[in-house]
Design a binder for this molecule. Structure first.
Ligand code: HSE
Length: 290
């Protein structure tokens, strides 16, 4: 039996649309066994009532993709998922399923793919690398696709940096959150994001948290997605007032995330309470980078 633990991730970090993400200390576990025939899937924890237990299951599909890629017939599979990452909330649950499925299947198939190949396969399955890269490698990852291959660099999270997340009680699929985005953006908005993301990477690298508030601004996706998350602007403003250094939508949402080095519990509570003022029930958590 193979057991793989994969962290949650927060992608984009404001301006780094599809290229920046950070792993968080909140984990899903995938256990996988090859059997003679058939498929059985058990799900515990987050998504226990709604995650598919048939051939459409994301972990299973990722595993199958791996077995096909290396020309290995898995026979049957028994899969057990112990989930702590909320599903479809912008914390990388699908990336964790893809990465967990691929890594577990690779081990069961005799570790024929390298980490590099696994990462590119994970990005191909997910469609973008910013969640799967930190899910596989940990830390803060800057990643981009070059002819199907993920090129990346890792930054260690600045000492003392933690996050408060407010997780609304409704799911939002990445597909719907991408459908509201424009096909084209203005040069002014592109330049706005380039400056912010460059500043953000340098600020994270140098531990200059005082830059995060400006460096996490974004014009490429959050203005469009704010229509999908009631109270988003108010919650982010309240988190800033409570002491957050930088705030943004986590991944495609609907979770909102605040980065800080103190007052995390207060920030989390304020975010949850402010969501409630807009009629949204949310769970609030304080998490550390993984
Ligand atoms: N970069 C992706 C997005 C992350 O914002 O759509 C969500 O999977």
């Amino acid at each position: 039996m193979v057991r793989v633990q994969v962290p949650a991730t927060t992608a984009n970090m404001g301006p780094g649309f599809d290229c920046l993400g950070m792993a968080l200390k909140l984990y899903n576990t995938v256990e996988m066994v090859r059997t003679g025939a058939g498929l059985s899937i058990e799900v515990h924890g987050e998504g226990a009532f709604d995650i598919a237990r048939d051939e459409s299951n994301v972990v299973y599909r990722a595993a199958l993709r791996l077995f096909k890629q290396v020309n290995c017939d898995p026979g049957g599979l028994r899969i057990r998922l112990i989930n702590n990452i909320p599903v479809a909330r912008g914390l990388g649950s699908s990336a964790s399923a893809i990465v967990g499925g691929l890594i577990a299947a690779n081990i069961l198939a005799g570790s024929r793919l390298s980490h590099r190949e696994l990462l590119s396969l994970a990005a191909a399955v997910e469609g973008h690398p910013d969640n799967v890269a930190p899910a596989m490698l940990g830390g803060i990852i800057i990643s981009t696709l070059v002819e199907g291959e993920v090129r990346y660099l890792k930054i260690d999270p600045p000492p003392g940096l933690k996050v408060a997340v407010a997780i609304p009680d409704f799911p939002l699929s990445t597909r719907s959150a991408r459908e509201v985005l424009p096909q084209q953006v203005s040069m002014a908005d592109a330049v706005f994001n380039l400056g912010r993301v460059a500043l953000l990477v340098a600020a994270l690298q140098q531990g200059r948290l005082e830059f995060l508030s400006t460096a996490m601004e974004d014009r490429l996706h959050q203005p469009y997605r704010s229509t999908l998350v009631p109270g988003m602007k108010k919650v982010l403003a309240a988190a800033r007032l409570a002491g957050a250094r930088g705030v943004c939508l986590s991944g495609a949402g609907p979770t909102l995330i605040a980065f800080a080095d103190s007052n995390l519990e207060l920030i989390a509570r304020v975010m949850k309470d402010t969501f409630l003022e807009s009629g949204i029930k949310a769970r609030a958590l304080v998490l550390e980078p993984s």
